[in-house]
Write a protein that binds this ligand. Structure first.
Ligand code: 5AD
Ligand code: SF4
Length: 444
C-alpha cells in the first residue's frame, strides 16, 4: 500500500489545460495522490500555466510567491511540498523558471505529462526536474483512464498543436506541430466517459477542425467524420468542439452542423480582425470576405447557429481605420458571445518585432469593441426569452433548490430543480436573461 498524499492543481488558460489537469490528476492518483482544493499542506502542487498573453504568463510568478510560505511551513512541520510548473509557460521558459523561482522543483511541458509521476518522485530527493521535450509517443496512452462517476459535461482532447503560425501567437511554439489522436482511441474514451455518466462531450484542440486522425479503415478522418462516429454512441446526447480556424471548416464539418442533431448549434470561430491588411499581417491566410462567405455557408446548414469569436485589437500597425473595419465586421456578422483582447507581444513571435500601437489606443479600441460585443450578447440572450430550450443540468446553482446547466447555445441557465435532475436534459421555458446567463422554468 502506498500512503495517501495530497495533490493541489491550479489551472490557468484554456479548456485544453482543464482537460490536461484532469489527466495529470489521474496520472498521480495511480501513485497514491488525492486531489485537494487548497494548497495548504499539499505534498505536490502543480500550476498548469498559460503563456498566451503576458498577463497570463506573469500570474504564475505571483502564485509561486504565495506558495513559498506554505512550502516553508510544510518543511518546518517535517514534510515536503514539491512544486511543479506545467503547461505552456513551462514549455516556453523551461529551466529559466527555476532560476527565477528556486522554489520550483519540477518543470513539465504539455507533451510530457505521462512522465509526471516519475518526475515528482525524483524531485522528492531534492534534484530539479526539467522535462520539455516533445516525445513521439501519445502522452495519453500512458495515463490510466479516470474511474467512477463523472460530471455530465466533459472535455476530450482530440488534437493538439498548431501549424498555422499566426504572427501573434505562441501556441505553435509551446504546443508544437499539429497531432491528431486516432479515431478508435477517441471512440473508446468517449464510450467509457458515457458509461460513467457523461452526456455531453466537448472535443478539444488548439486547432480542432484541422483534426486528421487515423480512422479504423486506415484512412485519415476529418472532424466532421469523427463527430458523426461519436454521435452514434448510445447515451451521448450532445457534442461540441473548440477552437477552430476558418480555413479548416471543410464541407463535411459544415454539413454535420445541418444533419447531426447531437452537434450543438454553437460555434467558436475566431476571425481576430476585420481589416484585410491586418489579417494579412497576422498571417491568417483568409480575407474578411472569405470569413463572411464561410459564415453564410455554415448558417445555411444550421440557421439557428450561435456564433462566438476571438478578437485582437492593437495588432502592430493597426490604424483607427483598420480597427473600424473590425467594428463593422462585428456589426455585419452578429455574435452571440465573444472574447476580445489587447495585443500582447510574445517573445519569439514575428509580430513582437513590429511597430507597437500605444497602450491608450489599444485600451480605447478594446472598450469600444467590448461595448458592441456586450450589446450583441445581451440582445442574443434576450431573444431567447419566451422560447423553450433543452438544458443539460450540470450542478447546483447559487440559490437553494436551484440547478444550473447549459442551453444548446452554451448559455448558463438557472432553473428551480431537485438535485437528482443533475445529468438530465430538461425542457426549460426561458423567462429572464442577463448578459451572462438565462433564467428558465421547467416545463412539465
Ligand atoms: N495577444 C493578444 N491576444 C492573443 N491571442 C493569441 N495570442 C495573442 C496575443 N499575443 C488571442 C487570440 C486567440 C485567443 C486564444 O487568444 O484571439 O484566438
Ligand atoms: Fe494558454 Fe494557449 Fe497554452 Fe492554452 S494552449 S494554455 S490558451 S497558451
Amino acid at each position: 500500500m502506498t500512503e495517501t498524499k495530497k495533490l493541489y492543481v491550479k489551472t490557468y488558460g484554456c479548456q485544453m489545460n482543464v482537460y490536461d489537469s484532469e489527466r495529470m490528476t489521474d496520472a498521480m492518483a495511480a501513485d497514491g495522490y488525492v486531489a485537494v482544493d487548497t494548497p495548504e499542506d499539499a505534498d505536490l502542487v502543480i500550476l498548469n500555466t498559460c503563456h498566451i498573453r503576458e498577463k497570463a504568463a506573469e500570474k504564475v510568478y505571483s502564485e509561486l510567491g504565495r506558495l513559498r510560505p506554505l512550502a516553508e511551513a510544510k518543511k518546518k512541520a517535517g514534510g515536503q511540498m514539491v512544486v511543479g510548473v506545467a503547461g505552456c509557460v513551462a514549455q516556453a521558459e523551461g529551466a529559466e523558471i527555476v532560476k527565477r523561482a528556486p522554489l520550483v522543483d519540477v518543470v513539465v511541458g504539455p507533451q510530457a505529462y505521462h512522465r509526471l509521476p516519475a518526475l515528482a518522485r525524483d524531485a522528492r530527493s531534492g534534484a530539479k526536474q526539467i522535462e520539455t521535450e516533445f516525445p513521439a509517443e501519445d502522452k495519453f496512452d500512458h495515463i490510466p483512464a479516470p474511474k467512477g462517476r463523472r460530471a455530465p459535461a466533459a472535455f476530450l482532447t482530440v488534437q493538439e498543436g498548431c501549424d498555422k503560425f499566426c504572427a501573434f501567437c505562441v501556441v505553435p511554439y509551446t504546443r508544437g506541430a499539429e497531432v491528431s489522436r486516432p479515431v478508435e482511441k477517441l471512440v473508446a474514451e468517449a464510450r467509457s466517459m458515457v458509461a460513467n455518466g457523461v452526456v455531453e462531450i466537448t472535443l478539444l484542440g488548439q486547432n480542432v477542425n484541422a483534426y486528421h486522425g487515423v480512422g479504423p479503415d486506415g484512412s485519415e478522418w476529418g472532424l466532421g467524420r469523427l463527430i458523426r462516429a461519436l454521435s452514434e454512441i448510445e447515451g451521448l446526447q450532445r457534442l461540441r468542439y473548440t477552437t477552430s480556424h476558418p480555413n479548416d471548416m471543410d464541407a463535411e464539418l459544415i454539413s454535420a452542423h445541418g444533419d447531426v442533431p447531437e452537434l450543438m448549434p454553437y460555434l467558436h470561430l475566431p476571425v481576430q480582425a476585420g481589416s484585410d491588411r491586418v489579417l494579412k499581417a497576422m498571417n491568417r491566410k483568409h480575407t474578411r470576405d472569405d470569413y463572411h462567405r464561410l459564415i453564410e455557408r455554415i448558417r445555411n446548414a444550421q440557421p439557428d447557429l450561435a456564433l462566438s469569436g476571438d478578437f485582437i485589437v492593437g495588432f502592430p500597425g493597426e490604424t483607427d481605420a483598420d480597427f473600424q473595419e473590425t467594428m463593422s465586421l462585428v456589426r455585419d456578422i452578429g455574435y452571440a458571445q465573444a472574447f476580445s483582447f489587447k495585443y500582447s507581444p510574445r517573445p519569439g513571435t514575428p509580430a513582437a518585432e513590429g511597430a507597437q500601437v500605444p497602450e491608450e489606443a489599444k485600451a480605447a479600441r478594446l472598450a469600444e469593441l467590448q461595448d458592441l460585443l456586450s450589446a450583441q450578447q445581451i440582445a442574443f440572450n434576450q431573444s431567447c426569452i419566451g422560447q423553450t430550450l433543452p438544458v443539460l443540468l450540470e450542478k447546483p446553482g447559487k440559490e437553494a433548490g436551484q440547478l444550473v446547466g447549459r442551453s444548446p447555445f452554451l448559455q448558463p441557465t438557472h432553473v428551480q430543480a431537485s438535485a437528482e435532475q443533475v445529468g438530465r436534459i430538461v425542457a426549460a421555458e426561458i423567462v429572464g436573461a442577463t448578459k451572462n446567463s438565462l433564467a428558465g422554468r421547467l416545463v412539465a
